[in-house]
Design a protein. Structure first.
Length: 420
């Protein structure tokens, strides 16, 4: 009997092996079919969103203000420059989070409409996006392709006829996404975009997109320099700690402040240029300043002056970079930069002045309201954090800013004082 059982086992082995291969083949075919179906759904859905964008009207100019001429590359500075003798309005958008995949199609459509509504409501002269415009995270978007959401957003801005600039966030070019920063920058620069003011910046400075946009008056004097920087992504690789601005970026910032100041003096200015700064990951001073304000019972101190907003992240989280940098110290030293605008923390939206712990020079530190419908679980149904930040540049080189909040679709209101 033992020999007979052995024979039966031997005769069954080839059949079992063939059955295993058939099952493996069926599973493989099913996976390929699923991938193809998801890709097809994504393509059809993205095409529908693009068709929706093409149906939108260009944003009408504000008939209450004098129209501006188109910006030009200034020969002296090498930067895009607006000439303006009136107030100049900027809308900061951040963390738009367009996924561009089959899982995010509906939320992408909502983000498109939110951006359109915000711009239609505020009618800015310039839109600056402080990172994470794309969100190629596959378990949320269903795609690794970060060029698709980049194109969708660019088409939206071009359709609206609004000048716009962009600084990279940590999600725009994840290590696993199809395209890196250099390749996405190539798209911005070489795709015939007529309203995009992105520049790559100097090759010997870390990051992609360290550049300046200037606003000058009809006398040729720069009234505000807008520094846009790449705050990088992760300090220790794949999703491990957030990075900081690097030292050669600080050095570049200092050299440009001094260079632009000298150019300004040749046109009759007598003081250091005034500037604002835009990037994605907040400086550590955001946390230092807010903690001092909080520990003082949510009251101003000698060093911190509160304007509006809250820390809405759990446990008052402020996700600044983990390494040391001296960008804020350099701002205090040069007395050029009056305000900094960041994103990254989707539920934080405060704005306060901080002097670094001493002295009489304050820099206004502001979290922009986010658009995000995708990245945080359940955030699509929330409204308290959704919106943008309006920044008004005044001819006398001062500025002011305030938040605008989207309460619901197509319902927006100015926010003067968020709840504490």
């Amino acid at each position: 009997m033992a020999k007979k059982n052995d024979v039966n086992k031997k005769t069954k082995k080839p059949k079992d092996k063939a059955k295993g291969w058939r099952i493996t083949g069926i599973v493989f075919i099913c996976i390929i079919a699923l991938i193809l179906i998801c890709s097809l759904v994504g393509c059809i859905g993205n095409s529908a969103n693009v068709k929706h964008i093409k149906s939108l009207q260009a944003v009408a100019a504000d008939d209450k203000v004098e129209p501006l001429s188109a910006p030009v590359i200034d020969e002296e500075t090498g930067y895009w420059t607006f000439t303006c003798d009136r107030e100049f309005k900027i809308l900061q958008l951040t963390d738009v989070h367009i996924g561009g995949g089959f899982l995010s199609l509906g939320k992408d459509n909502k983000a498109i409409d939110a951006v359109y509504d915000m711009i239609s409501y505020t009618k800015p002269d310039l839109v600056i996006i402080t990172g994470d415009m794309a969100y190629p995270v596959p378990f949320s978007s269903g795609s690794f392709n970060n060029l698709t959401p980049t194109k969708i957003f660019a088409q939206l801005m071009e359709q609206m006829g609004i000048y716009w600039a962009f600084g990279y966030g940590n999600h725009d070019t994840e290590v696993y996404s199809y395209y890196d920063r250099e390749e996405i920058s190539e798209y911005y620069l070489n795709s015939g975009l007529k309203r995009c003011l992105f520049q790559r910046g100097p090759k010997d400075v870390d990051g992609e997109g360290n550049y300046v946009i200037n606003v000058k008056n009809s006398s040729g004097i720069i009234t505000q320099s807008l520094f846009i920087l790449d705050s990088h992504a992760y300090s220790k690789g794949f999703f491990r700690d957030y990075d900081n601005l690097h030292q050669n970026q600080v050095d570049w910032y200092e050299s440009e402040v001094k260079r632009l100041t000298e150019i300004n003096k040749s046109h009759g200015a007598t003081d250091v240029i005034k500037s604002l700064m835009f990037f994605h990951i907040p400086l550590v001073e955001y946390k230092t300043a807010f903690d001092e304000y909080k520990n003082n019972g949510y009251k101003d101190t000698n060093n911190v002056r509160y304007h509006y907003g809250i820390v809405g992240e759990p446990n008052d989280l402020i996700s600044c970079g983990v390494n040391q940098d001296n960008m804020f110290e350099k701002m205090i030293e040069l007395k050029s930069t009056q305000g900094v605008f960041v994103g990254h923390d989707h539920l934080n939206n405060f704005s306060l002045d901080y002097n670094g712990g001493s002295g009489d020079y304050y820099v206004r530190l502001t979290f922009g309201l986010s658009i995000d419908y995708l990245a945080y679980f359940g955030i699509a149904k929330k409204t308290a954090q959704r919106g943008g930040t309006v920044i008004t540049l005044k001819p006398d080189t001062t500025f002011d800013c305030y938040g605008v909040r989207m309460l619901d679709k197509h319902e927006i209101r100015k926010v003067g004082d968020f709840e504490k």
